[in-house]
Design a protein. Structure first.
Length: 442
């Protein structure tokens, strides 16, 4: 007869209780896993430093393993798309530049290309204006990737690279300020061309940057690529293969790091990119390490594009379409107080014909009319396909402008990358998407 290892159960206010009397405690508790039975839900954000903006992640954890991840967006909503409906077509440039604040010149260029397509003047934009757009976008791509490298390094514990990345970005922002008057939010790319030509001192600064930057890239790689902690935190972390990328609509460096050489500058060229010599870097692994390698390679390709664009600027020419009914009067002179127009410029306007003065007044206050219709224009931003769907009802203001924003689309991939991995890898994976919440929430 077998002796029971258990005393008889007793009912208590807490329910039925068993008392183990034998020496088989290990075999009894092996049937239950208190961690598995009790998951915890935590908030990462919406102020967490790893989220590149105000993003909230709701994580369901089993120990340190992420079982479910959900993204909550909207904390940075600005209503820019709606505001565009209450401004004329040119004023829209000052709004869209503020969406993805790390790549403002891409927002402006995509918008300008869409308006020009509606106007039917795509082929009328001057060669010099198009070249300047390419120059500015590629400099902007480098500055955006530098911010990604700096912030991702900081999040994974590489503090030095954060300082170096922002240091080199400052040089590019100085160039932007020399050309446009502003470090960010430029409203420089306008429908019909650009606001003003590139000054000679900016050309000198860009040439200096082209000499300096390749050495800095080598320093970054010496600092990170052979560093065992960086390798451990990035290799085989947050893997998303090409099938997952395509299924989720992921584009940009994340897609190319999974092996697919899809770059709109090559596959659906715009701004004359088909006439430039550059490569589309890819990586086979689809992990954080691959995205790091692709972005560094893209900086090198952008440097090649900037140099080619600079060489083309040696030939002078206009930077705005010839049609004065569309060309924004950008050749302005600032008054002695630094505000408003100079007296000489006002006298020049007033000294023209009455018809010219009236037209100038109407163009500035009311804006030009755009024929009714709708278009879609996509360009390759630092984060992927940035698309503009613009609709006109024939008036002086947009009926609707909607952006296909890569940060918004790419964020869908975060649960696929995070679930089943460690909570520490959520930071690396989320950062490797390079989301900018100003563009996501717009």
């Amino acid at each position: 007869m077998t002796t029971s290892n258990y005393a008889t159960e007793r009912e208590t206010t807490e329910g039925r209780v068993f008392t183990v009397t034998g020496g088989d405690w290990d075999s009894v508790v092996s049937g239950t896993d208190p961690i598995n039975d009790e998951r915890i839900v935590v908030n990462m954000g919406p102020q967490h430093p790893s989220t590149h903006g105000v993003l909230r992640l709701i994580l369901e954890l089993e120990g340190e393993t992420v079982r479910e991840a959900r993204s909550v967006i909207g904390y940075l909503h600005t209503g820019i798309e709606k505001n565009l409906e209450y401004r004329n077509w040119v004023q829209g440039s000052t709004f869209v530049t503020r969406m993805d604040y790390l790549s403002p010149l891409f927002n402006e260029t995509a918008y300008a290309l869409a308006v020009e397509k509606l106007l039917g003047i795509t082929d009328d934009v001057t060669e010099r204006a198009t070249t300047i757009r390419v120059l500015m976008m590629e400099l902007n791509r480098i500055s955006s990737h530098l911010v990604w490298l700096a912030t991702t390094g900081m999040e994974l514990g590489a503090i030095s690279i954060m300082l170096y990345g922002f240091r080199e970005r400052e040089y590019i922002l100085d160039i932007f300020e020399t050309i446009t008057g502003l470090r960010m939010n430029h409203a420089y790319v306008r429908p019909g061309g650009v606001a003003q030509d590139v000054p000679d001192d900016a050309i000198v600064k860009i040439r200096e940057f082209l000499k300096m930057m390749p050495k800095k890239l080598k320093e970054y790689e010496d600092l990170l690529s052979g560093q065992p902690i960086w390798v451990e935190r990035t290799k085989n972390v947050a893997v998303l293969d090409v099938t997952g990328c395509v299924a989720l609509g992921v584009t940009g460096p994340v897609l190319r790091s999974a092996g697919l050489a899809w770059d709109l500058r090559k596959t659906m060229p715009y701004c004359g990119y088909e006439t430039y010599e550059f490569d589309v870097p890819t990586h086979p692994d689809g992990d954080v390490w691959g995205r790091y390698q692709v972005r560094l390679a893209e900086i090198r390709e952008s440097l090649k594009l900037v140099e080619q664009a600079l060489d083309r600027l040696a030939k002078p020419g206009p930077v705005m379409v010839a049609d004065r009914k569309i060309a924004w009067p950008a050749q302005l002179a600032i008054g002695v107080d630094g505000m408003g127009n100079s007296l000489e410029h006002v006298a020049k306007i007033m000294g023209q014909s009455m018809e010219s003065l009236i037209h100038h007044f109407k163009l500035v206050t009311e804006g030009f009319r755009v024929p009714p219709g709708q278009v879609y224009v996509g360009i390759e931003s630092p984060r992927g396909e940035l698309g503009v769907h613009a609709v006109s009802d024939g008036g002086t203001r947009p009926y609707r402008v909607h952006y296909r924003e890569p940060s918004f689309v790419n964020l869908q991939a975060l649960p696929a990358m995070a679930e089943g991995g460690l909570i520490a890898d959520v930071i690396a994976g989320g950062a490797s998407l390079d989301p900018v919440m100003g563009g996501c929430d717009r």
